[in-house]
Design a protein around this ligand. Structure first.
Ligand code: NDP
Ligand code: OXD
Length: 311
């Protein structure tokens, strides 16, 4: 590239753009850093950093655009947006803090379940000294990518038996790996299932009646990926019929979860408002700077999305 600095636009409607702007402005490879909907000098923008949703007509006003990045790990908001051109590299955030926070959240959910913390709380209220037993658990992780792979490794280190399911087989020490054709064998073993798949045309609605019928009776589900992985009615049926013993849900088909939604009051469902792991600008800006340097040098960008696969 003939430029020495990248001019960037941040379009992050549901997050505060200021920490990103302030952080990027301190980085040597960035020139101007603007926040959408600033509407001047759009013809000089090289890079667009997006958290959802992106207004219509933004891209067509940026004729110099060379790079689009999601400000999160997920790229579904970009893949589903017809205005995003397919010839411009799209990257996403792969970041150690994001992975650490996701693993911590899921481990919290597993330990709360394994150690019966809800029952202990009820017993405390009744002043009931009931020493509930606990058992070793097998954990199945759907998706062994940047987040699922980190989680699987952490779980092994904590002494859990771990199985992983991904499109292609993985070699992670201590993790029994299943590929995309081995879903049934994978589902027959775990006591806890954690969903960390990306949402694509292949994975939409994957957690349905058929899926729940294949899990062990009494499996605990943690969904931290996307709401559209889950057929909600099938999940409620699986919980009501005891196929699942409980679910910790961080993501939903509609966010915020509507007030009238049955999940809110379901006795076997725990809800958090899409906070399992939130991208920290302080850490993730290092990746954007690294990629800006690469763009200037004409090198390929890190953590580029495969448009065909959709993640
Ligand atoms: P990655 O792209 O790094 O990993 C995706 C994994 O899923 C890979 O192992 C991939 O297999 C596997 N996979 C993809 N498609 C299929 C398929 N059809 N069948 C089986 N396996 C498949 O994603 P990340 O780990 O970075 O993130 C995962 C998701 O987590 C994000 O897409 C996002 O939706 C969600 N997320 C949620 C957050 C929250 O706060 N709740 C925060 C951040 C992310 P392979 O390795 O073989 O390609
Ligand atoms: C993400 C998310 O994809 O926060 O990063 O869900």
């Amino acid at each position: 590239m003939d430029k020495q600095k990248i001019n960037a636009m941040i379009a992050a409607k549901t997050w505060s753009a200021q920490p990103w702007k302030q952080g990027l402005e301190k980085m040597p490879s960035f020139g101007t850093v603007d926040v959408w909907p600033k509407a001047q000098d759009l013809e000089t923008i090289d890079a667009l950093f997006v958290w959802k949703p992106l207004d219509r007509g933004v891209i067509e006003r940026m004729p110099q655009l060379k790079w689009i990045s999601s400000l999160g790990a997920g790229v579904d908001h970009l893949m589903n947006d017809p205005q995003i051109p397919r010839h411009i590299p799209i990257t996403r955030i792969v970041d150690p803090w994001l992975a650490r926070d996701m693993s911590n959240y899921v481990i919290m959910g597993i330990l709360m379940h394994q150690r019966s913390m809800d029952e202990h709380k009820i017993n405390q209220q009744k002043m009931d000294w009931n020493r509930l037993p606990y058992h070793p658990l097998k954990i199945g992780v759907l998706g062994l990518g940047a987040l699922g792979g980190h989680l699987a490794q952490q779980l092994v280190d904590l002494g859990f038996e771990v199985l992983g399911y991904s499109r292609t087989r993985k070699h992670i020490e201590g993790v029994k790996s299943f590929d995309e054709n081995e879903m049934d064998a994978f589902l027959s073993e775990p006591d806890v299932l954690v969903n960390l798949l990306p949402i694509t045309s292949q994975t939409t609605d994957v957690l349905d009646l058929n899926f729940f019928a294949k899990v062990r009776t009494g499996t605990y589900l943690i969904n931290v990926a996307r709401g559209n992985h889950v057929v909600e009615e099938d999940l409620v049926n699986a919980l009501d019929q005891g196929q699942l013993c409980g679910a910790l849900l961080d993501v939903f088909r509609e966010e915020p979860l509507p007030k009238e939604h049955p999940f809110w009051n379901h006795p076997k469902i725990k809800i958090t408002p899409h906070v399992a792991s939130v991208t920290s600008p302080e850490s993730a800006i290092n990746l954007l700077e690294n990629n800006a340097k690469r763009l200037i040098k004409g090198q390929s960008l890190l953590h580029q999305v495969d448009i065909e696969l959709g993640y």
